[in-house]
Design a protein around this ligand. Structure first.
Ligand code: PEP
Length: 252
């Protein structure tokens, strides 16, 4: 098994002072973990978080990026701006952005390309709604999200992407996919990546599960063979809970 990658998505939470307090509590709890850890913070926290994470084992991430390098796009942030601010990861296509801010497979594709061009590691989110799961179209929907979102992205670039399977019905709801459901769907996602880029890329890439992962269910989810880590929303706002998830599975 690979070491795990655990990424926190703070969403629109934590001011600068709250950021300092949360990271100061978190870092000592996870300082010797073999797993990789990322915190995806609001733009306004990037500087403060960057200062605290400088000599730590935690990487800095953002939650969104624009597809252009610069220009008349009021309120937006480019990939180059993020990389100069020492951000190394960026979430792309989170379902909340797809739902509330019109992210589409096409803009996700542009954002992935911009992030890759700037040397950032994108965390590409995909996932079906409850309605789609109940109608049995989950696999077809995920296949389309992957195919459209990854248009014109080469195998060499694709292997730098972290994928996050996040069923929308499990995000922020307290309802988690069962370990088997998450494993089966992520196995399917890996198969799709193999069909686009070959088995080698599919085996190399990290595929995370996201959706109400917490300290109680992390062990069973992260022990699944195809689940390479987690994208954690709510539980990443507590140093103790986030650390417990990070430490739930540690390959020595
Ligand atoms: C997320 O926002 O990516 C997420 C998985 O949230 P939560 O853990 O709160 O369900």
């Amino acid at each position: 098994m690979k070491n795990k990658l655990i990424a926190g998505n703070w969403k629109m939470n934590n001011s600068v002072s709250e950021t300092k307090s949360l990271l100061t509590k978190l870092l000592p709890l996870i300082k010797d973990t073999p797993n990789s850890v990322v915190v995806c913070v609001p733009f306004t926290d990037i500087y403060a978080a960057g200062q605290l994470l400088k000599k730590s084992n935690v990487s800095l991430g953002a939650q969104n990026v624009h597809w252009k390098n610069s220009g008349a796009y009021t309120g937006e942030i480019s990939a180059n701006m993020l990389s100069e601010a020492e951000v190394t990861y960026v979430i792309v296509g989170h379902s909340e952005r797809r739902q509330y801010f019109n992210d589409t497979d096409e803009t996700v594709n542009g954002k992935l390309k911009a992030a890759l061009n700037a040397g950032l590691t994108p965390i590409m989110c995909i996932g079906e709604s409850l309605n789609q799961r109940e109608q049995g179209v989950t696999e077809a929907f995920l296949a389309t999200q992957l195919e459209q979102g990854l248009k014109e992205i080469t195998a060499e670039e694709a292997q730098k992407i972290v994928f996050a399977y996040e069923p929308i019905w499990a995000i922020g709801t307290g309802v988690t996919a069962s370990a088997k459901e998450a494993q089966d769907t992520i196995k399917f996602v890996r198969k799709q990546i193999a069909s686009l880029y070959g088995e080698d890329v599919a085996q190399k890439v990290y595929i995370l599960y996201g959706g109400s992962m917490n300290d109680a269910n992390a062990f069973s989810l992260l022990n699944m063979p195809d689940i390479d880590g987690g994208l954690i929303g709510g539980a990443s706002l507590s140093a103790e809970k986030f650390a417990a998830i990070i430490r739930a599975v540690e390959e020595k």
